[in-house]
Design a protein around this ligand. Structure first.
Ligand SMILES: [Zn+2]
Length: 459
């Protein structure tokens, strides 16, 4: 057993807290060494630049990145001097199977990042240390616009399983980094049984910021609301990570905690950044990479799947990588009131695999599905699983306000979206398990591709 696991399993809580503090401080130093400061100045400078300067710099970065990839990565060697659109699309399976030919560094030369793959296979991506410093410089620069810096109190809700059974009994559902003032909450145990412990710990800590899974923070807020509780204090900003932010997150979390919700998009295998500005728009950052939005036939579109070419993936170059997420773009002539010339994304639709298939209506996306709870009271969370083209299983966690009438409204809303031809089996449950990564999936589509055939058109 590794030392880290031994400590997590057997050491007293105080020792664990100290270990976590030291480990974080080590990570912080690793990410903030070297070129970090220079990159912060770089992003500061280009925030005020005009459109022409930006596009010149974006073109320069793109050329540098493609040259690096074709010179250093055996996988891309055959594509020297090609324009971006001439490169082949890189599928996730190809990345997994050919990692050793794609990467340009050994594990010992870079920083290894593990991603929970969607199919269960985990992906190991190697970052060039300087690229990691650039990514953190931008992330910190972005959060600093909202007053965030290391040392302000932060509550963290992400996929770490850091709590033992004995801790659950005693209500110690978190670990503290006392040096950096971060409280890490376990996201695996938020539910009616341990709610009091979570709520007390959050209330006592009085964080300025919250970072983490929106589904976890929402669960906590929904349980508090159900119990008629008010949060004593005020959280400044919530920075969601890893999951798609839905209207229900943007409504219910600020209503309970008094915070702003400020979204970002940056996948851990390395994607370019999309960052929310103070006016609430989501801006693509053109100096972090290229987003191509494509339709089902891989042709340019305003709304659809994205192919990403992130400039900070020199360790494992990703070119036109089909990352599996969808976005929709705002009109080209849209000017955000914040004054930035960076392109605006209307919304981030999340994983392209997160939809329910309807023989009548085609793909019904996650945002649309999550809106089913709008007219029904008492639902705390739900999950919809599809294994057959004409039926879905819906699990609902709800309180006593979820009466037969509300249940009827919820089913009606669901039928409107999925069509009359889809049978809905609704099951009220105590709790719904999260994924091994700690994330919560509202939609689980297990249909085979060939099961998704539209109904023949009449007449
Ligand atoms: Zn803006």
């Amino acid at each position: 057993m590794a030392l880290k696991e031994l400590i997590l399993k057997y050491a007293p809580v105080a020792v664990q807290d100290a270990g976590i503090s030291l480990y974080n401080t080590h990570l912080y130093r690793q990410r903030h060494r070297g070129q970090y400061k220079a990159w912060q100045r770089y992003y500061q400078k280009f925030e005020q630049a005009d459109a022409e300067e930006i596009s010149r710099e974006a073109a320069r970065r793109q050329a540098l990145f493609l040259r690096w990839a074709t010179e250093k990565s055996p996988w891309y060697a055959a594509h020297r001097n090609k324009a971006l659109h001439e490169f082949p699309i890189l599928e996730k399976e190809q990345l997994l199977a050919n990692m050793d030919r794609i990467r340009t560094l050994d594990e010992s030369q870079g920083i290894v990042s593990l991603t929970g793959g969607t199919t269960g296979a985990s992906m190991k991506v190697i970052y060039h240390p300087e690229d990691m410093q650039e990514r953190f410089a931008l992330k910190d620069h972005f959060r600093a616009r909202y007053g965030y810096r290391l040392g302000r109190k932060v509550a963290w809700f992400s996929g770490k399983s850091l709590v033992r059974p004995a801790d659950l009994e005693s209500g110690r559902v978190w670990r503290d980094d006392h040096i950096n003032k971060i409280r890490f909450f376990s996201t695996f145990h938020i539910g009616p049984r341990h709610f009091d412990a979570y709520w007390r710990a959050l209330q006592d800590f009085q964080p300025d910021y919250i970072v983490g899974f929106p589904s976890s923070v929402l669960d906590l807020c929904a349980l508090a609301q159900e119990r008629g509780l008010n949060y004593q204090g005020r959280v400044d900003t919530f920075f969601p990570t890893a999951e798609t932010v839905l209207p229900m997150h943007r409504e219910q979390i600020p209503a309970m905690l008094g915070c702003r919700v400020v979204d970002q998009y940056a996948a851990s295998e390395g994607a370019p950044f999309i960052l929310q500005c103070p006016e609430g728009s989501l801006h693509i950052h053109p100096l972090t990479g290229i987003f191509e939005v494509v339709d089902e036939n891989m042709r340019p579109a305003r709304e659809g799947e994205i192919l990403v070419t992130p400039f900070t993936t020199r360790g494992t170059p990703l070119i036109r990588y089909r990352i599996g997420d969808r976005i929709s773009l705002a009109p080209d002539d849209y000017r955000c009131p914040c004054g930035s010339c960076f392109p605006v994304v209307r919304h981030i639709d999340g994983r392209s695999a997160d939809f329910v298939w309807s023989p009548e209506n085609g793909k019904v996306n996650l945002g649309n599905i999550s809106n089913c709870t709008k007219d029904a009271e008492g639902i705390i969370c739900f999950q919809i699983v599809q294994e057959e083209p004409d039926a879905v299983d819906v699990s609902v966690v709800a309180n006593e306000r979820f009466t037969p009438e509300q249940r009827g409204r919820f089913l009606h809303a669901m039928t409107q979206r999925l069509g009359q031809g889809v049978r809905i089996r609704l099951d009220q449950v105590e709790s719904i398990p999260r994924e091994p990564s700690g994330k919560f999936r509202i939609v689980k589509n297990r249909l085979a591709q060939d099961a998704m055939r539209p109904l023949p058109q009449e007449g």
